[in-house]
Every structure is written in structure tokens, then in C-alpha cells.
Ligand binder design. Structure first.
Ligand code: SAM
Length: 476
């Protein structure tokens, strides 16, 4: 085993099926800066013609010290070459990492360029503009002997998309733990990623609109829970916590705002280091949340910094933090119950009416109606039409046919055709009975969060005895 830097906590090693890689030679704890490196060669920010680029790079290769030059020329190269200039270009195309500095787009880092990819990476790379170095930090504890891995792609995406990109761009088929999941588990993971993406869109769409604050906070809450299910140290977590902090502070809630901001900053400290621009920029928000320009847009959730409950256990504390309230507490995942439990799965006629609102089912929290308990309407798709909006004909547990009208922003086009199939089951959380000016009473669907199309239940839902999977819908 060859150590790259004397005193470093990793060594360069052959890794089966991956060429070289870097491996921990001691236990490395979460948040440790594993590597901090200056580029030996940089590439311009904007595309230049090949001749200019070749001469620009040759000049930089020529001034490398002999050990650096040898190390550079031994880096992995995905491209064919006839001479040293073409070889250098190929190495740069294969290994350059982004640099966000004026006029510079990327760079070659002799050590960081040896780090292989994993979709469930244990370390994170980042360009740190404050210290003008590339850094790599441990996202979780890494045991001695474990390979250090980073994520080569920009966004999380499904296994199929990731694998295609990695093959096209980097010439390998990823066989990391996530890519090696069984089809069923991989599909579940992909669905989770899709949902995270969708929530991101919803959060972006609602933005900081006052009337949607509580709803947006719910989306962020769900997003954070999904990230945590993905495993520790997900790189999307700090941004999600920052969103939550902004929502809380905009509503005058300094106590929660500070906790969310602290969590965001801690996530960035672990992934990018205390001297990163994110920690520097948002650290002051965590110290003094009232400095956020949006502070006090509304004061309806007003708290002072110290109004943090001290006696709560972990779960209750999270419920308080996310304003889950009685009605928004999570159901118990995995609990077995009966699909024929009419209280949880009522037929259409037992749903609360929407106008006037049936107050046996609701309480008022922060000026909004919140359900007092969980219920979920299940209906099998027996027909569908699209005119101005998507309309599903659903058959409920009593064989009653009712229409489900899509009044979401996209009028139902957010569902892909594969999801709308006769025989599939639709689960609508907290569904209400509604009268329509034209046509039969039915369900008006507006909040994308409250609907789940559940193809895996298909027609059997009316005879299933266990409802484990249905409860998954309830805890989303
Ligand atoms: C930046 S280099 C990483 C270091 C490289 N393994 C070496 O020997 O210098 C990127 C190349 O490493 C290989 N590689 C990276 N991650 C891999 C993985 N998870 N599985 C297989 N090969 C991988 C691919 O050939 C990829 O084009």
C-alpha cells in the first residue's frame, strides 16, 4: 500500500474492478477533513477551442515538478491519445473536478482525482473558495480499511439514470451497495428519490407564500424524513433544514428557526468544513435568527429564542419542532390492522362533508383546519377521462362509483399515464365528500401530498387482511 501524503489518513491502493482508489488507513470520524488540496492544473470556465486549450494545458504540464508530472500522467484516462498533449487533455477530461472561481471552471488534484465513485458515498467533495482548495470530508464514520468514495453526479436520480450517466461519462458500471439492491428494494429507493424530487418542486413552487407556510413546512418535514431514510449525511439535508429555518423565522418563530438553522450549519460543517462559505454565511443565522430579512413577515408562530421545551423525549421533540400537532403525528409504520376497519378506511358516504365542514373530524391549529385523526379513502380505478382536468371513476368498498376530480395546479397531468390504470387503487388521505355543480358528488383533489396511487395493491385491496402497506401511505 502506498501512502500519498505522509501523515495522511488514507493510502492509494488497487481496488478490485475500479483501478486505483483511496482507502482509509485509520478510523476516520464523521466530519473529519480527509483531504485539502490545491489544483496542479486548472481549466478555463468557458469553452475554448481545442488548440488554445492544448497550449494552455501544455504550459501548465511543462512547469510541473517531475514527481507531480509522473503522478499526473499516471492518472486514469478514458480517451485514446497519440502524443503527450492529447494524453494530458484526456487525463483532464477524465479527472477534472469543478472549481468555482472567476474564470476557472475545473482543476486537476493529484490526490482527489484518485477517489472513486459510489452512489452511497461516504465522503463529500467540495471546492472551498475561502481557502482556495478542494476538500473532502467524511459524511459518516469510516472504518480503517474502507474505501473512501465520493458522488460523481450532480443530483440524486434513479438507478437506471445514474448507471447510464456513469457509463456514458465515466465508462464504468456502478456496483455500489445502492446499485446492487434487489429490483424490489431498488424500486422502493427510486420511488423515494422521485418523491424527494417532487417535494423539492412543491417547496419551490410554494416558496415563501404566507398562506402556504404550514403546508410547505410539512413538505420539508417529509423531505428530511426521506433523506434520513436514505442514510446518514445526505447532502440535501442542510438545504432542507435551511428551508425549514426560513419558514419558521418568517413567521416569527425564533426558537424553532434557530434549531433548524443550527442543524443546517452542522450539516454543512460536516460535509464542507467550518471554513466553508455555507457555514460562514449561515452561521450568523444560527446565532441570531432575527437577522433573516424575512423575519417577522408574519408573527403568527411567534416564539423567543429560549422557548424550547426541555422535558420532551426525542420523538415528541421532533413533533414539536416540525409543528406536527396532534393530527399530523406520524402513524405507526408496520402496525397490522384490518383493511375493513371502516374508521380508518371509510366508504365514500362515511367521509366528512366539505361544505359545511364536518367539525367532528377537525381541530383548528394555527388558524387552519387539521384532521383530528387519520382516515384514508381507498378506491379502485374503474374508468377515467380527461377533459379540462383528469377525472377518475373510483369504486369504493361498498361498490359505490364516485368521481375524483383533479384540481391540482397541473390538473392531473402530474400523474404519468402508467399510474392511471383500471384496477389500480388510489388512496386519498383525509378525503372529503364534496358536492359539485355539475355531476355526482365525489372527491375534489387539490393537495398533491394527500393522494397516493398504489399499483402494488391492485384489485386485491378489498380482500387483503393485512394493511401494512396501506399504512405506509398514512405515514408519508
Ligand atoms: C477520477 S478516476 C478515479 C480513480 C481511478 N480509479 C484511477 O485508477 O485513477 C475515475 C475513474 O475511476 C473508475 N471508477 C470510479 N468509480 C468507480 C466505480 N464505482 N466502479 C468502477 N470504476 C470506477 C472509472 O474508470 C472512472 O472513469
Amino acid at each position: 500500500m502506498q501512502s500519498l501524503n505522509s501523515g495522511s489518513m488514507y493510502a492509494l491502493k488497487d481496488v478490485l474492478g475500479k483501478g486505483k482508489g483511496i482507502v482509509a488507513i485509520e478510523n476516520i470520524s464523521k466530519g473529519t477533513r480527509i483531504l485539502s488540496e490545491e489544483p496542479v492544473i486548472t481549466t478555463p470556465e468557458y469553452q475554448q477551442d481545442d488548440e488554445w486549450l492544448k497550449s494552455h494545458l501544455s504550459q501548465q504540464v511543462d512547469v510541473l515538478s517531475e514527481p507531480q508530472r509522473q503522478s499526473f500522467l499516471s492518472l486514469h484516462n478514458l480517451y485514446p491519445f497519440q502524443n503527450i498533449v492529447e494524453q494530458s487533455l484526456g487525463i483532464i477530461r477524465t479527472n477534472a473536478l469543478p472549481i468555482e472561481a472567476d474564470g476557472i471552471g475545473g482543476g486537476i488534484f493529484l490526490e482527489a482525482s484518485r477517489i472513486n465513485h459510489a452512489c452511497d458515498n461516504n465522503a463529500q467533495k467540495a471546492w472551498n473558495q475561502c481557502i482556495k482548495r478542494h476538500t473532502v470530508h467524511a459524511l459518516r464514520d469510516i472504518a480503517k480499511g474502507e474505501e473512501i468514495t465520493i458522488y460523481y453526479l450532480g443530483l440524486d436520480s434513479s438507478r437506471e439514470v445514474r448507471q447510464k450517466k456513469l457509463e456514458d461519462k465515466f465508462g464504468f458500471l456502478c456496483s455500489c451497495r445502492l446499485c446492487s439492491l434487489t429490483t424490489e428494494l431498488s424500486q422502493k429507493n427510486d420511488e423515494m428519490l422521485e418523491r424527494i424530487d417532487y417535494l423539492d418542486d412543491l417547496i419551490g413552487r410554494d416558496g415563501m407564500q404566507m398562506k402556504f407556510f404550514l403546508r410547505t413546512l410539512r413538505y420539508v418535514d417529509e423531505r428530511v424524513r426521506l433523506y434520513n431514510e436514505q442514510g446518514p449525511g445526505n447532502s440535501g439535508l442542510p438545504r432542507a433544514y435551511l428551508d425549514a429555518a426560513q419558514i419558521a423565522i418568517a413567521n416569527g418563530d425564533l426558537a424553532r428557526g434557530r434549531i433548524f438553522a443550527e442543524r443546517a450549519v452542522e450539516g454543512w460543517r460536516i460535509a464542507n468544513g467550518s471554513d466553508s462559505k455555507e457555514v460562514i454565511r449561515h452561521g450568523s443565522l444560527a446565532r441570531n435568527p432575527a437577522t433573516l430579512p424575512l423575519y417577522g413577515l408574519s408573527m403568527k408562530w411567534k416564539t423567543s429564542l429560549n422557548e424550547v421545551p426541555q422535558e420532551l423525549d426525542l420523538d415528541d421533540f421532533e413533533d414539536w419542532l416540525w409543528r406536527r400537532g396532534k393530527s399530523n403525528k406520524l402513524g405507526q409504520s408496520g402496525l397490522l390492522t384490518d383493511l375493513h376497519n371502516r374508521e380508518i378506511f371509510p366508504g365514500f358516504t362515511a367521509l366528512p362533508s366539505s361544505n359545511p365542514l364536518d367539525m367532528k373530524f377537525y381541530e383548528v391549529v394555527d388558524g387552519t383546519y387539521q384532521p383530528l385523526r387519520h382516515w384514508c379513502f381507498l378506491g379502485e380505478i374503474t374508468d377515467y377521462t380527461t377533459l379540462h382536468h383528469l377525472e377518475l371513476e373510483l369504486t369504493d368498498i361498498d361498490e359505490k362509483k364516485i368521481p375524483l376530480h383533479f384540481y391540482t395546479d397541473s390538473r392531473g397531468s402530474e400523474l404519468v399515464p402508467a399510474q392511471i390504470q383500471k384496477g389500480y387503487t388510489v388512496a386519498v388521505l383525509y378525503a372529503q365528500r364534496r358536492a359539485f355543480t355539475y355531476g355526482d358528488p365525489g372527491i375534489r383533489h387539490e393537495d398533491p401530498q394527500k393522494l397516493k396511487n398504489v399499483p402494488w395493491m391492485q384489485k386485491e385491496w378489498r380482500v387483503l387482511e393485512s394493511m401494512r402497506e396501506v399504512l405506509v401511505v398514512l405515514v408519508l
